[in-house]
Design a protein around this ligand. Structure first.
Ligand SMILES: Cc1cc2nc3c(=O)[nH]c(=O)nc-3n(C[C@H](O)[C@H](O)[C@H](O)COP(=O)(O)OP(=O)(O)OC[C@H]3O[C@@H](n4cnc5c(N)ncnc54)[C@H](O)[C@@H]3O)c2cc1C
Length: 377
């Protein structure tokens, strides 16, 4: 498809999945309009930690092909965005240190070691406590072993999402405020969406729609009568102002982690997993739970003070795999959601694969396993 394409593409949602799709579509000569209810990067894509672990700490999973595809896009994307938007997305290599704080935790830590060590592009090594302390002397003295992972990286998600939107707009995409309340079909094909905004209600005609509504994506399924079972999983982060040098290595234990982010110089510590519906409020209980978990691995943080607490919602799916591709029975409608705890890592990959499908009729990556239609079968 060339730049003169008259396709009318509406993308619902200004998170990484939505503005990323607009960015890659624009690079392929297809203009689109992103319609965002609250503001670009105003939900999870603006408040995530931004760890790009390559999925290595977790072991094999359904999203592994998408993660690999997306991780490979990051270096060139970060450079391109700096040039095209003027924003440094702070994409940096980041060593990971995953701790076992007791002998009975070592088996779980090493369960996927052979798979991890075979991952191209990563170096994974099992360290004893003394070797781990040589890398970061402030880890808990009871550390008995640690996985040392090289090849991972991180990024600042708010900057990344805003940069994608800015670069997409410079290439001809539009971003506007409004809440999409319906997708209209005619003879099985999409013909428009309804939008509510301060200017009133209007019907925006289009021939292609991308539902990239994060944990709210199930609503698009309701409008179409198709199950798109993304749901919210709340997560909170505390950012600490800590004495001493930055934590350059990302230290983790169980589902928790801590590292200093260059964007604000604070130690970002996460996280919770809470089934709390669409509640995005910050709670003192979550702050205390994260602090307790982080102090177990980094006792030196006892002298730190909480500078900021954030809460946001991950879009998760029943089978843990992303939802990416055409929505069955609704020609011209696509879904891009279900990034879960890895939606920043997979965001560029989800966006580019979908943009290729829309613009060229085929993605570069086989996305069959992420088929939105699997829930209807
Ligand atoms: C605490 C925490 C830490 C995380 N850390 C990491 C990490 O380290 N690494 C990683 O890879 N991932 C991480 N994630 C996950 C990541 O943030 C998400 O998977 C990702 O941001 C989801 O992006 P999205 O675009 O799908 O959804 P969102 O960012 O939620 O964007 C969806 C957008 O759609 C809009 N919208 C919804 N409905 C409508 C409508 N009807 N009309 C108009 N607009 C609408 C919303 O307002 C929202 O802005 C973390 C998440 C949390 C909560």
């Amino acid at each position: 498809m060339d730049a003169t394409s008259q396709r009318d593409v509406v993308i619902i949602g200004g998170g990484i999945a939505g503005v990323g799709t607009a960015y890659y579509l624009a690079a392929m000569g297809v203009r689109s309009t992103v319609i965002e209810r609250d503001g670009v990067a105003s939900h999870a894509s603006g408040f995530a930690y931004g760890g790009l672990s390559g999925g290595v700490p977790n072991g094999p999973q359904p999203n592994s092909p998408l993660i690999d595809y997306s991780m490979a896009l990051y270096p060139a994307l970060a450079d391109a965005l700096a040039e095209e938007s003027g924003v440094d997305v702070q994409y940096r290599p980041r060593t990971l240190l995953r701790l076992a704080l007791a002998a009975d935790e070592v088996a779980a830590l090493t369960a996927n070691l052979a798979w991890q060590q075979a991952r191209p592009g990563y170096a994974v090594e099992l360290l004893d406590g003394a070797q781990a302390r040589a890398l970061e002397p402030r880890i808990a003295p009871e550390t008995v072993a640690a996985l040392h992972i090289e090849g991972a990286s991180d990024v600042e998600p708010y900057r990344l999402t805003v940069a994608l939107a800015e670069a997409a707009e410079r290439r001809g995409a539009s971003v506007r405020t409004g809440e999409v309340t319906a997708i209209h079909m005619r003879a099985g094909r999409v013909e428009g969406v309804s939008v509510e905004s301060a200017a009133g209600n209007e019907r925006v005609p289009c021939d292609t729609v991308v539902a990239a509504m994060g944990p709210w994506s199930a609503a698009a399924g309701d409008w179409l009568g198709v199950p798109l079972p993304a749901r919210p999983l709340k997560g909170q982060i505390i950012r600490l102002r800590a004495p001493g040098p930055p934590y350059a290595v990302s230290v983790g234990h169980g589902g928790n982690y801590a590292a200093t982010k260059p964007s604000d110089g604070l130690v970002w510590c996460g996280t919770t997993e809470e089934d709390a519906g669409f509640d995005e409020t910050r709670a003192p209980e979550a702050r205390d739970a994260i602090a307790e978990a982080v102090l177990r691995m980094l006792p030196a943080l006892a002298d730190a003070e909480v500078a900021l607490q954030t809460a946001c919602l991950r879009p998760v799916t029943p089978d843990g795999a992303a939802i990416l591709g055409p929505v069955p029975g609704a020609e011209g409608v696509y879904a891009a959601t279900g990034g879960g705890r890895q939606g920043i890592m997979m965001g560029p990959g989800m966006a580019k694969a979908l943009a290729c499908l829309i613009a060229n009729g085929a993605p570069e990556l086989d996305i069959e396993r992420y088929d939105p239609g699997r829930f209807a079968r």
